[in-house]
Ligand binder design. Structure first.
Ligand code: ZN
Length: 252
């Protein structure tokens, strides 16, 4: 799984969550040079932005074969998103589902904006490959995470900037359990443990409660998804590990 398929450089949309951390490892395994980009859009909880720094530092320290490839980090101020959207990610409101069926964490067009800013940065830096953790399997209904949306966006960005971009979404058809398995394939247990410990998914910004699958409130949709994926991953790959053994164990 670690063969280099492109002797080229990539820019990874890196938020500090489980998905984008796994994508960063995926890119480090494939490309000669990898830079990261993150967006500060007035998130209610700043913890993800802090996690980014810790994850990058640990990747450099604990994965020396990747350290030389991991280059500049770009943080773009997109505070303007708070002016044009009113969501539970940027204001103090409970996570809920709207009449549209989308959670109120939905920022319309957010990933379109992120990729457009990433492409503009990539253009300036000479980076052709853009990598994002969008997923159509567990995607909470976000239309800007769809494969068709991102294929169309790749064409638009390439035409509009006259630069041949390739958008890579290695998690598009993977569920959360398969994302944990991908991390294990890329970096073994040390990478899985790094992602459990340092990546952040919880919508409520909870870094107080530590679970098998990492930190989080344990109750929001992001925690639900992360926990469910971890439980399936553990059951598939390491029966009996990572959790207390079941009371009615077949061995007993
Ligand atoms: Zn949570």
């Amino acid at each position: 799984m670690s063969q280099i398929i492109q002797r080229e450089a990539a820019l990874v949309l890196f938020s500090g969550g489980q998905d984008s951390t796994t994508c960063l490892a995926w890119a480090l395994a494939r490309f000669d040079q990898v830079e990261t980009i993150g967006f500060d859009y007035g998130q209610r909880h700043r913890v993800e932005l802090d996690c980014r720094q810790l994850i990058a530092a640990r990747l450099r320290r604990e994965f020396p074969h990747w350290a030389d490839k991991l280059g500049a980090d770009h943080v773009i101020d997109l505070g303007v998103l708070g002016q044009i959207s009113d969501t539970a990610l940027t204001r103090d409101a409970a996570i809920a589902y709207e009449k549209t069926g989308l959670p109120n964490t939905f920022v319309p067009g957010r990933n379109l904006l992120f990729f457009t800013f990433a492409a503009a940065t990539g253009y300036r830096r000479g980076l052709r490959h853009l990598v994002g953790g969008m997923c159509e399997t567990d995607y909470s209904g976000y239309p800007d995470c769809r494969d068709d949306t991102l294929k169309a966006l790749q064409a638009v960005l390439s035409l509009g900037m006259d630069h041949r971009f390739a958008i890579h979404t290695p998690l598009m058809w993977r569920d959360k359990a398969a994302t944990w398995a991908l991390a294990r394939d890329l970096g073994g247990t040390p990478l899985v443990d790094l992602i459990r410990e340092e990546s952040h998914s919880c919508y409520n910004g909870d870094r107080m409660h530590r679970h098998d699958w990492g930190y989080g409130c344990g109750a929001c949709p992001a925690c639900d998804l992360r926990r469910a994926g971890w439980d399936v991953y553990v059951k598939n790959c390491h029966p009996g590990e990572g959790r207390d053994p079941p009371i009615n164990s077949r061995d007993g």
